[in-house]
Write a protein that binds this ligand. Sequence first.
Ligand code: MD6
Ligand code: FE
Length: 214
Amino acid sequence: MNTDGTPDATGFRLLPGWFSRDAQAALADEVIALIGTAPLYRPCMPRTGRPLSVRMTNLGPLGWISDQTGYRYEDRHPVTGAPWPAMPQALLDLWAAISGWPDPPQACLVNFYGPDARLGLHVDADESAKTAPVVSVSLGDRARFRLGGPGRKDPTRSLVLSSGDVVVLGGTSRRFHHGVDRIYPGTSTLLPQNYTPGRINLTLRRVSDPDGRE
Ligand code: MD6
Ligand code: FE
């Protein structure tokens, strides 16, 4: 695992402090304003119907959702029924700068972690675009991110993600298990009071394959 911003042999890449403090503040302001129209909600796990501890919403043409029937992409907010708001330009610029993918991202999943929220080990596997990387931005409190391998039981490593850091899962790492063990409450002053302690993670994805199938 490299921490100098270059991809490792698996295509995993960490870009520490990619966004300056001012850029983080501008992006956080924009995302929080958009949450005003597309409110955070608590998705449920398929089958069990158990609510996740992370609250979510989406930006862009498509949004990732989870409910009793499964995981999928939808063009509308499941609670308000409205189309997802457009993605901030800064996220489109980030994707253009580092994804190496010719087309823009179609979905930005917004994850909000309160002090006790976690995200279990998972693979991002609901996209037909199997080779496009997934790019994520962390804002607010630090988090312990866990990265495994293609198998659920593969050994894992952990790294701390700080506000402004960017992670890229490209190449073979695109299908690696990963999750968030915990956040470290009170380690950032970026987010406004009603999001503190807390962490926002923005995950940019291509959803359709190059022939346009979803
Ligand atoms: C998070 N991130 O950092 C959760 N997935 O809160 C992800 O699940 C993720 O950071 C794919 C690629 C990058 C990520
Ligand atoms: Fe993920």
